[in-house]
Design a protein around this ligand. Structure first.
Ligand SMILES: Nc1ncnc2c1ncn2[C@@H]1O[C@H](COP(=O)(O)OP(=O)(O)O)[C@@H](O)[C@H]1O
Ligand SMILES: [Mg+2]
Length: 321
C-alpha cells in the first residue's frame, strides 16, 4: 500500500513525492525469508528476516563470505532474490525496483568512480540520476560537498584524489539529494580512525535529518557506536539481531575480567569471562589479583560466542594486507 502524497506539498518534484510516501511508514526496509542462491549453487542468504525502522541505523556484522554484501545488494535491487521478499518503505523491490531505488542512496563495497569527472560534476550527475532537476541537483551537490568537507575539492578531478577523499565522495554519492534510505556496504573500510569518525558524524547528521541507514562493517566499534541495532550474519543466516544490550544479555558469560598473569610478566593480558559477578570476585580472590579490570560483556564477546571465531577487526585486516 502506498500512502498518497501529502496534499500540502507540491507533488511535481520526485524528491517531494518520495518523502511523502516515506512519511506513512514506520518500516524502512523489510526482508522476509530472503534466500539468494547464486548460479553456481552457493546459497549466500538462507532465509533472512529483518526490519529496519524509520530513522534507525542497523549495522550488519559477519565473517568474510557470510553473505552481507549479497543481502545488501538485494536491498538495492542489484540482485534479485531467489525467494522471499524485500520492501523499501512499502515498495516491493522486485515488482517496482525503480521506485524502490529512487528512495535510496547506495555506497557499494567496491565501486568505480568516474575518474575524469570533477567532484562537483560527479555529485550533480548522481543527483540528476535520482530524479532531481538541474537546479535542484546543483544545490544538492553543493550541500553535500559542504557536509563532507569537500568544497575545496569541488573542481578537482576524481582521479587526483586520495583514498580517503574517494571514500568520502562515495558516501557523498549516496547522500546527495537526502534519500530517506542509505544502504552502505563497508563505508569506512580502509579509512584511518580520524576519517572514520568524521564519516560517523556525517552519517549521524543524515540520520538527524531523517535518514534510515543499513550498513555492513568490519569494525566492532562502528557497530557499537553508530548503530541502534546490530545484526550478525553467519553462513547466510541472521544468527543474532538486537540492540547491544539485548545481544550481550543473551550471553552465558556477561562479566569480563582482564588481568596480567603475575607468574608470566611477558605474557599478554588474560581475559576471562564469568556468568555472575560473584564468580568473577571469587576468581579475583583465588588468584590474589591486585591489578585487574572488570567490564560488562562487549559486542566482541557476543561475536566470539556466536560465530565461534574472533572478529576480523582492524588489526587482522592490517595483517592481511
Ligand atoms: N556472483 C557470485 N557467484 C557465486 N557466489 C558468490 C557470488 N558473489 C558472492 N558469492 C559467494 O556468496 C557468499 C557470500 O558472499 P558475500 O555476500 O560477498 O559475503 P560478505 O559480504 O559477507 O563477505 C560467499 O561464499 C561468496 O563467495
Ligand atoms: Mg562484503
Amino acid at each position: 500500500m502506498i500512502v498518497p502524497a501529502d496534499p500540502l506539498l507540491a507533488v511535481d518534484s520526485p524528491a517531494v513525492t518520495r518523502r511523502s510516501v516515506v512519511r506513512g511508514y514506520e518500516v524502512a526496509v523489510s526482508a522476509r525469508r530472503l534466500v539468494k542462491r547464486y548460479k553456481d549453487g552457493t546459497e549466500a542468504n538462507r532465509g533472512i528476516n529483518i526490519d529496519l525502522r524509520r530513522g534507525e541505523v542497523i549495522a550488519i556484522l559477519g565473517p568474510n563470505g557470510a553473505g552481507k554484501t549479497t543481502f545488501l545488494r538485494q536491498v538495492t535491487t542489484e540482485l534479485r532474490p531467489s525467494s522471499g521478499r524485500i520492501t523499501v518503505f512499502g515498495v516491493d523491490t522486485v515488482r517496482d525496483p525503480e521506485r524502490a531505488r529512487q528512495m535510496m542512496g547506495i555506497a557499494p563495497q567496491e565501486a568505480g568512480l568516474f575518474e575524469s569527472l570533477r567532484v562537483r560534476d560527479h555529485l550533480e550527475l548522481f543527483a540528476r540520476l535520482k530524479g532531481l532537476s538541474r537546479r535542484a541537483a546543483a544545490a544538492a551537490a553543493a550541500k553535500t560537498m559542504e557536509d563532507l568537507d569537500l568544497v575545496a575539492d569541488a573542481n578537482r578531478r576524481v582521479r587526483t584524489l586520495s583514498a580517503g577523499q574517494r571514500r568520502r565522495i562515495l558516501l557523498g554519492l549516496a547522500l546527495v539529494g537526502h534519500p530517506p534510505l542509505l544502504v552502505l556496504d563497508e563505508p569506512t573500510t580502509g579509512l584511518d580512525p580520524a576519517a572514520r569518525r568524521a564519516m560517523w558524524n556525517i552519517l549521524r547528521r543524515a540520520v538527524g535529518n531523517g535518514a534510515s541507514v543499513i550498513l555492513s562493517t568490519h569494525y566492532m566499534e562502528e557497530a557499537e557506536r553508530l548503530s541502534d541495532r546490530i545484526g550478525i550474519i553467519s553462513t547466510g543466516r541472521l544468527i543474532a539481531f538486537g540492540t547491544l544490550a539485548e545481544l550481550t544479555a543473551c550471553l552465558d558469560c556477561r562479566y569480563r575480567l582482564t588481568f596480567h598473569d603475575s607468574s608470566d610478566p611477558s605474557a599478554d593480558l588474560c581475559v576471562e569471562r564469568y556468568a555472575t559477578f560473584g564468580e568473577l570476585q571469587a576468581e579475583i580472590a583465588r588468584r590474589r589479583l591486585s591489578e585487574y579490570s572488570i567490564a560488562g560483556a562487549t559486542l566482541e564477546d557476543v561475536y566470539l560466542e556466536l560465530v565461534g571465531e574472533r572478529f576480523p577487526d582492524e588489526a587482522a585486516q592490517g595483517e592481511r594486507r
